[in-house]
Design a binder for this molecule. Sequence first.
Ligand SMILES: C[S@@+](CC[C@H](N)C(=O)[O-])C[C@H]1O[C@@H](n2cnc3c(N)ncnc32)[C@H](O)[C@@H]1O
Length: 197
Amino acid sequence: MRPEREALLRHLKQFGEKSDRAATAHAEKMLNITADTGLMLWMLIRAMAPRSVLEVGTSNGYSTIWWADAVPDGARLVTLEADQQKLAMARANFQEAGLAGGIELVPGDATEFLKTARARDWDLIFLDADRKRYVNWWPDLFRILAQDGLLVVDNAVDKAGELAGFRSLVAATPGSRQVLVPIGNGELFIQHDPDLL
Ligand SMILES: C[S@@+](CC[C@H](N)C(=O)[O-])C[C@H]1O[C@@H](n2cnc3c(N)ncnc32)[C@H](O)[C@@H]1O
């Protein structure tokens, strides 16, 4: 990664932490992933060279900048965000990172995108949005996840209780595997393994 982009990520991380401390409402918080989570998935993306990455929950674009720096040329990177203010911040941050051309920022509720996305189209999906919706989103998330693709879910340790129902649903789905990676806020890795079907 270019040093100026790494410096921007460090700046955004500090901005996020400061904003989250000062925020009076949940919607005002940036709630960015931890830097080690960013680096781990950056390494993973560099190694797996996915042709498509989908992020659900952009916030101000901190995590998206990690993924956009790592994806190979020509890969599709889409990120979904509902909040107007966050969308504006993300747009500005993508410009500043010199990555605006490589990121499709899709405004609005992610539900519609997930419903209409093509089956088995996404090699890597990063899920970091409204956890109350994950159970309802699961059939579409699993349908659009490529064979051997990875779905990574943030907050699997610090919000483990909120994800219990989702994890049970995943466990009951033929063809899915899950493993918990205790880094940052806890990353749940879910893979579509057709040999389990
Ligand atoms: C935890 S933050 C994402 C943080 C971001 N991934 C990062 O690490 O920089 C969750 C974001 O999901 C967005 N969000 C919540 N529910 C959503 C929905 N149904 N559709 C689209 N975005 C949603 C929120 O507005 C918020 O900005």
